[in-house]
Design a protein around this ligand. Sequence first.
Ligand code: KIV
Ligand code: ZN
Length: 519
Amino acid sequence: MTKDKVLIFDTTLRDGEQSPGATMSHAEKLEIAELLDDMGVDIIEAGFPIASEGDFRAVSEIAQRARTATICGLARANYKDIDRCWEAVKHAKSPRIHTFIGTSPLHRAIPNLTMDEMAERIHDTVTHARNLCDNVQWSPMDATRTEQDYLCRTVEIAIKAGATTINVPDTVGYTAPRESADLIRMLINKVPGADNVIFATHCHNDLGMATANSLAAVEGGARQIECTINGLGERAGNTALEEVVMALKVRGDIMPFETRIDTTKIMNISRRVATVSGFAVQFNKAIVGKNAFAHESGIHQDGMLKNAETFEIMRPEDVGLAGTSLPLGKHSGRAALRAKLAELGFDLADNQLLDVFVRFKDLADRKKEVYDDDLIALVHQNDAAEDRLKLKSLRVVCGTEGPQTADMVMEVDGSDVKTSATGDGPVDAAFNAVKSIFPHGAHLQLYQVSAVTEGTDAQATVSVRMEEEGRIATGQSADTDTVVASTKAYINALNRLLVRRAQSQPGYDTKGVSYKDTE
Ligand code: KIV
Ligand code: ZN
């Protein structure tokens, strides 16, 4: 059976990053883009160039570095946005401009355009984009709540004006699978010129149907799925890349479509996106959750030992989960570490390997067995040289006889500052110490601790989310000492918040203008 190709359009760096708190640093965006390119994503939506200088710089650098993927930027339906977008993507081997406007009654009311005025705007802006770039994607935002006649009319205009991909967004996660398939089928059947373009589906997960709706759209004729790693995205998120890709792979018998994705790279990028975005993956999340391949109940274990297919529809290796391998210990050398990291998908330069080796030795002194997940946490530890705040030392007194006290030395802009603070528990005392050294008005929105592996000597990974005047930043860290991990995560979030503070310019919010604004 020949399989039709389905293009994978990843918008982790645009729609995903737009999720409050998921903001990534410039270096992190470049790294994620490289991983996406490596895993075979066809189109990377790298950002929204007009939104901020940072977005522009990220999109343009990603465009210049991309090897295989088409690099796309988002633009609202106006010339200024489109020009800026083109400036950012034009150096890519394969650039794309993605322009959109909200076509549903509720969205039309925002710029206060009549149907005719909006139709004219679509014609003019898509024509303008196409004069700059051969590859133009057009989206009628909130398509699933747009009157169907009007939707057909606008899609026809966009195709005539030169759009090469028509994306049909379910912006608010409202549609259901049958409707999703019917909508694409209706557009393909009714709109003149539909045969000459690719139809794309872009679903949000508000009702938990994003994956089902995307797959149904493919059955209806869509040949591009828009998605994000781990389903990252505003509110309940976007369609999860790993879910649609694995569904097409595992159920090729009833869905004869193929993607270019190297599925063995899924776990690595999933972990990386979770770390840099601060959005941990829920344990029972399909494909990439910690429990997705764990078979704990007695009956399952017995069945699994006899034949893995009893309860497994895909193999852990298919998504890049290494089979159980022996842990490293304090006698393991650099060569063993390098070999193990290579097995886990990390190809580190010599200086990076040396950094990880130093951290590994430190951990192995405190923890007898260092497992794969410990190593992954070590690789992803992120003390950046440019951080303004660094934890130098911490000693905490806690227990049943209060007060809990934290003695701390922290480096602030290159100088060591010492303090002692008390609190309601050791973590509170440590956070108060940070605050007394570096006073700030940020509010702690989230503090989450989980164990990397099992056992009482397991490393704790801590995620912290902080908010200051609408700016949100997340921080992570891992350590066998939960209080140290918590303090480092808190300081990591503060460092990111300081970058955000510096980046925000008058007239812009932290992410620049919102894509929902209109001129
Ligand atoms: O959800 C949506 O409608 C979008 C558009 C900008 C494509 O993200
Ligand atoms: Zn979206």
